[in-house]
Design a protein around this ligand. Structure first.
Ligand SMILES: NC(=O)C1=CN([C@@H]2O[C@H](COP(=O)(O)OP(=O)(O)OC[C@H]3O[C@@H](n4cnc5c(N)ncnc54)[C@H](OP(=O)(O)O)[C@@H]3O)[C@@H](O)[C@H]2O)C=CC1
Ligand SMILES: N[C@@H](CC=O)C(=O)O
Length: 245
């Protein structure tokens, strides 16, 4: 089975994790993997657009799921992160084990304050492997404006992976919409057609160990915090040390 369109729209991240970067042991996946929420956050931050209007635009442009709750409450990003983390760490990372927070509680003032302090608000999907334990989370976060992920705007997605051999590699491209999705789906069909009659499979399968060693969000120490009213400052960290770990 091929499933390139399942994460990142037109970004060829699945094939790269499974094939081109297969030699690596990965330490982290940091990403923006929902086009609808990134579009909404960008419109709210840059143009002061109202949440509902920005969501309606994303629906009109074909980015949102049939039920946009999946996008704006972070479920879509959780499913996608479950796939990426599984492929990166060779371990099952069930969606239920991923901490999730949507973007619906953000307000205009959050963007104003973030901007004044030198931050952007992005819905990040992050999975890290440390001492054999995986921690995975999806939530809106403050990131410094000079961080590359802060510059990923509109329907664009980005996935930064860090491998022991390749170091940090950043993928950037359109994460939703007709063209990018067609690119991924038809690319898979072409790959299948090329392999018809051959005994080799189109995409090598990755063996996944059963879930284990998954760290809860409560055990996480990081140098940044989410912006909403439920703001949870990281231990010993302030806005000036807010690099997403
Ligand atoms: N939109 C995007 O940018 C991306 C979408 N995807 C994924 O692709 C899939 C489709 O998304 P999208 O095209 O946006 O969704 P849409 O809701 O626009 O289209 C879904 C299509 O599936 C048809 N359909 C639904 N249920 C059935 C069924 N039981 N039998 C036959 N046909 C059915 C619908 O027909 P009808 O109109 O008659 O109900 C409709 O034509 C989703 O899983 C989505 O997550 C992945 C990457 C990007
Ligand atoms: N609804 C999704 C579409 C692709 O999976 C998104 O907005 O990213």
């Amino acid at each position: 089975m091929l499933y390139e369109a399942s994460v990142g729209g037109g970004i060829p991240i699945i094939g790269c994790l499974v094939k081109e970067l297969a030699a690596n042991r990965f330490r982290s996946v940091r990403s923006i993997i929902n086009g609808t929420t990134n579009y909404i956050l960008t419109r709210m931050a840059n143009d002061h657009t109202d949440f509902s209007l920005a969501l309606a635009e994303a629906q009109e442009q074909g980015y949102a799921e049939a039920d946009p709750t999946n996008d704006i409450e972070g479920y879509d990003a959780v499913y996608k992160l479950s796939i990426l983390a599984g492929l990166a760490f060779h371990r099952r990372v069930p969606p239920q084990a991923i901490y999730r927070e949507g973007i619906t509680r953000l307000q205009a003032q959050d963007f104003r304050y973030a901007h004044e302090l030198g931050y952007a608000i992005k819905s990040l999907a992050i999975a890290t492997m440390e001492d054999g334990a995986i921690q995975a989370r999806v939530y809106p976060a403050l990131i410094p404006q000079d961080n590359m992920l802060a510059k990923v705007d509109g329907v664009y997605n980005a996935v930064e992976v860090e491998g022991n051999l390749c170091g940090q590699v950043l993928f950037h491209g359109r994460g939703a919409g007709r063209g990018p999705t067609t690119s991924a789906v038809v690319g898979d069909l072409i790959e299948i057609a090329r392999n018809l009659g051959s005994k080799s499979t189109s995409l090598p399968s990755v063996a996944l160990d059963n879930a284990g060693g998954l760290k809860s969000i409560d055990d996480l120490e990081c140098k940044y915090f989410p912006p909403a009213q439920h703001c949870r400052p990281a231990r010993g960290a302030g806005p000036d040390s807010a690099y997403p770990r």
